[in-house]
Design a protein around this ligand. Structure first.
Ligand code: SAH
Length: 223
């Protein structure tokens, strides 16, 4: 049954070959160039943004639609979930999103130094058991690796409804010697901060259930 499921998924993936990057390590240093080629921009290299764990793609598809001059890389470890995200991009006729169907680890294996302008972590898995802490996407060494691939002005935007994960991530940010530029524990209650907010699938679901949405924007320390 599982074999058949996988075969079906592979067949479905064939229709999206132009959106998928199977060997992200081989694209290291050439992402924006590649995206520019696919976007049909002449001579101009667009700024590159990455979402880790794009889920069904509500966020990335709306952001890419709004920011047509930017290019986006959506990374998602769950292939069937990612299929839904690719369908959204295709339905909107967007050319500025590329997909990586893999679990992200050390980002510097896939992106060159300074290649990325911004990174989004939306509703990352909380992995609540203590011994899982290294797998959380906001673990201090992962945070450091994100800033290795971002330029001077790079920003990491992290949203979650999970209070424990959020508090832990604040401490990890400090431990990684990074700076919290902006922090809110109730994004939707702040008209100024939520003005340009794009809701993710989880965000819509959990805020409807009465959870507040926490967000922080992290930058590099300038000494
Ligand atoms: N961002 C979406 C989905 C959140 S659920 C939203 O806000 O609605 C978290 C997602 O991250 C899951 O789909 C999971 O498969 C994916 N994920 C978890 N760890 C990952 C990793 N290391 N690399 C890529 N995707 C990951």
């Amino acid at each position: 049954m599982r074999q058949r499921k996988l075969r079906n998924l592979d067949q479905k993936y064939e229709a999206y070959e132009d959106l998928i990057i199977d060997k992200p390590d081989e694209t290291r240093g050439h992402w924006a160039e590649l995206a520019a080629e696919r976007m049909g921009c002449k001579g101009k290299i667009p700024p590159l943004y990455v979402e880790i764990g794009c889920g069904k793609g509500k966020f990335i598809s709306e952001l890419a639609e709004k920011e047509k001059d930017h290019c986006f890389v959506a990374i998602e470890g769950n292939k069937s979930v990612m299929l839904r995200a690719m369908q959204k991009i295709r339905a909107k006729g967007l050319k500025n999103v590329l997909f990586v169907p893999e679990l992200a680890g050390d980002l510097s294996e896939w992106f060159a130094k300074g290649e990325v302008t911004g990174i989004y972590l939306n509703f990352s898995d909380p992995l609540p058991k203590n011994y899982w802490y290294k797998r959380r996407l906001t673990y201090r060494y992962r945070l450091k690796s994100y800033f290795e691939v971002m330029g001077e002005d790079g920003r990491l935007v992290f949203k979650t409804d999970n209070t424990d994960l959020f508090n832990w991530s604040v401490l990890e940010t400090v431990a990684a010697d990074l700076v919290i530029e902006e922090l809110t524990r109730d994004l939707h209650a702040d008209p100024e901060l939520s003005k340009d907010n794009i809701e993710t699938e989880y965000e819509a679901k959990y805020s409807k259930l009465g959870q507040t949405i926490k967000r922080m924007i992290i930058k590099r320390r300038v000494s």
